[in-house]
Ligand binder design. Structure first.
Ligand code: SAM
Length: 338
């Protein structure tokens, strides 16, 4: 299973895999009646006659993925919607509801991929569809691997790089306010000591900034829970709020639709999005499985990031192309930044 690509119906392979072996299943199944990928592969999923049959096919694959993934692992499924009889079919959401109901999978996030270059449509009575969900399911909500700092970490580095140099007068305003306040002498001395420490943290780049609140000088924090900052201010005479300066890790990821020159596959998902998810959900050397691997984007990202991969696709044409893509990338090659 290590670093392999397999041409087969995914259920035939998944059913032979031992339970609890993969760290992450990251995949994009064919959308309902969207396209026939490869005319040589009549058993491909997506061409079922009814919605129900289609969802059952997807759920049969999901069941196996759920078995094969480790208790610390996760399963990410990217699915697009389509219009049926003039209405969005809500197919991705029907799938997600059944996956949670039937197998007890926990849906941790519905991550929205926003397409920076969506396909224009002529329909004047609908807005252009420019997003797709990536559902993040886990087997056990108490022990799944999740490295939030690794997700989009280049944005943190960018923010740190753009940070203004702290001014020489940093914190002076607060020293003055402490002096003028009616805190007790011991409280004033504690406040000055802690203020000096936090200024040092800003100067050495440990934090981006801070705010200080002093009893009798600043308004009491409104609302929220009783306790925390309110207690600090009442008990110690002051509180300091540290601003860490990391970017907020949101459940939205922007990226263009990829067009790789020479790629015979019509529905490739973005390497950038896949890389970020692999970093979020796996440690190095983890096993990443894609049971609908198409042109091999998941496997390429896994190889670049020093993870192991296993890709399955029913089409020998796509597997051959994925092999070519994989041969062209170096392990631990630089990731993409969008
Ligand atoms: C949306 S594409 C995946 C594209 C891929 N994420 C990429 O970036 O290239 C879905 C793939 O599922 C494959 N497929 C359909 N039914 C399958 C089955 N039963 N077993 C394995 N692969 C299947 C199709 O050949 C197609 O390549």
């Amino acid at each position: 299973m290590n670093n392999t690509l397999i041409t087969a119906h995914n259920l035939d392979v998944l059913s032979t895999m031992p339970s609890q072996t993969a760290d992450l299943v990251l995949t994009s199944p064919p959308y309902f009646r969207q396209r026939e990928y490869d005319h040589e592969t009549p058993h491909e999923i997506g061409n079922e006659t009814t919605e129900e049959e289609y969802l059952n096919s997807l759920l049969a694959v999901f069941r196996e993925c759920f078995r094969v993934v480790k208790p610390t692992g996760s399963i990410v499924v990217n699915l697009g919607d389509k219009y049926l009889n003039g209405s969005l079919a809500l197919m991705p959401y029907k799938f997600a509801i059944q996956a949670t109901d039937l197998f007890g999978a926990k849906l941790i996030n519905n991550i929205t991929w926003t397409k920076l270059n969506p396909t224009p449509r002529q329909d004047k009575r609908k807005l252009v569809q420019s997003s797709e969900p990536f559902f993040l399911f886990v087997k056990d909500a108490t022990q799944y691997y999740f490295d939030q700092d690794a997700f989009m970490e280049h944005l943190d580095a960018l923010k740190a790089g753009n940070r203004a140099k702290p001014s020489n007068g940093l914190g002076k305003k607060y020293f003055d306010l402490i002096d003028e306040s009616d805190l007790q002498p011991e409280e004033k001395s504690n406040a000055r000591r802690e203020l000096t420490m936090v200024i040092e943290e800003v100067k050495t780049g440990v934090i981006e900034g801070f705010r200080m609140k002093i009893r009798g000088v600043h308004a009491q924090p409104f609302g929220g829970q009783e306790g925390g900052r309110k207690i600090h201010i009442e008990r110690d005479g002051f509180t300091i709020i540290r601003i860490l300066g990391k970017t907020m890790k949101k459940d939205v990821i922007e990226s263009p639709v990829e067009a790789i020159k020479g790629n015979p596959h019509p529905a490739v998902y973005p390497l950038y999005v896949v890389q970020q998810l692999i970093k979020l959900l796996t440690p190095e050397n983890a096993l990443v499985l894609d049971p609908f691997c198409g042109s091999g984007t998941t496997c390429v990202a896994a190889k670049m990031l020093g993870r192991r991969y296993c890709g399955i696709d029913i089409s020998p044409k796509y597997i051959a192309y994925a092999e070519e893509r994989l041969a062209a990338v170096q392990e631990r090659e630089l990731e993409l930044f969008v």
